[in-house]
Design a protein. Structure first.
Length: 301
């Protein structure tokens, strides 16, 4: 389930129903992570900071909710990947139009509304969890000035020589063990604002960044995770000795020249078709300065 993308996740419920054994993380954890409302409730119960949210079923409920949460808002359906049908809205007219669009195209999906932490910085981790211990690789990104609640795909991700270990990341990983009970790969996304680390979501599966981590650090990360999923090894059995010297930068690749009719405007929905990796000696490198300078975009009001 963890290596097959959206198709595998959609098959998980049927496999559970017919008694087919699932390796690694079980269906209940997969479903809790995909159901953004349930996951936010889990964070609340574990006292882990998260953006204010509410679930709605109608445009009328959405408008009433917006007056409690405050604009800007991120409006999204549950059970989707890649930012499908997700949008940042800044007033009631945009909110109503977005909710009606989701209800028209996805009538069975409950709609989740999050307060958008404008100006926050993203960090995320890809981890291997064996149900007892968690080993994580951290990487940070500036999503063009937009808070990381969903993929604004004009972003670059940076891996440093050693994972950050300042302690600010420990608490969110408690939900791996106490809440989701993952066994294998898990991706966790954070928003950092005013020195508070908010958890946006957790995906108990391989993210698009896992191959980047494996190549940058020279580690067989997926192989290790697979052994954990099969019950053949524990996190403590692996060396985790990254070979990275300097920094590795991942940048999105777009194919707009091959698809000229595609809307080129960037927002929460994923539009990149791949990634490129750049190795640099330090953060004084001109390439990094260019990427870093592109972060300063802001939501129009």
């Amino acid at each position: 389930m963890q290596l097959g993308g959206q198709t595998a996740l959609k098959l998980a419920e049927k496999m559970q129903r017919y008694g087919i054994k699932i390796m690694g993380t079980q269906y209940e954890a997969l479903d809790m992570a995909e159901d953004r409302e349930r996951f936010s409730s889990l964070l609340r119960d574990l006292k882990i900071p998260y953006p204010k949210f509410a679930g709605v079923n109608t445009a009328e409920e959405a408008i009433l909710t917006s007056r409690e949460l405050g604009f800007p808002l991120l409006v999204r359906p549950s059970y989707v990947l890649g930012g499908q049908k997700m949008k940042i809205v800044i007033n009631e007219d945009e909110l109503e139009a977005q909710v009606l669009d989701i209800l028209h195209n996805m009538p069975d999906n409950r709609i989740l509304i999050d307060h958008f932490l404008d100006g926050a910085i993203e960090a995320e981790s890809d981890s291997i969890c064996d149900g007892e211990e968690v080993h994580h690789r951290h990487h940070g990104a500036h999503r063009a000035g937009r808070h990381p609640q969903r993929r604004q795909q004009r972003r670059a991700t940076a891996l440093r020589p050693e994972p950050a270990g300042d302690g600010a990341d420990r608490e969110p990983h408690e939900e791996d063990r106490a809440g989701l009970k993952t066994k294998g790969l898990v991706n966790i996304q954070f928003a950092i604002k005013d020195e508070v680390v908010y958890v946006i979501e957790a995906n108990p599966r391989a993210s698009r960044t896992v191959p980047f981590i494996a190549k940058a650090y020279g580690e067989p990360y997926v192989n290790w995770a697979t052994k954990v999923m099969l019950g053949k090894a524990k996190v403590k059995d692996f060396p985790f000795k990254p070979k990275l010297e300097g920094y590795a930068i991942k940048v999105p690749v777009f194919s707009f020249d091959k698809f000229p009719d595609v809307d080129k405007s960037l927002g929460p929905e994923m539009k990149s078709t791949g990634e490129a990796i750049y190795f640099i000696k330090d953060l004084k490198d001109p390439f990094f300065r260019q990427v870093y300078g592109e972060r300063s975009m802001y939501l129009s009001r």
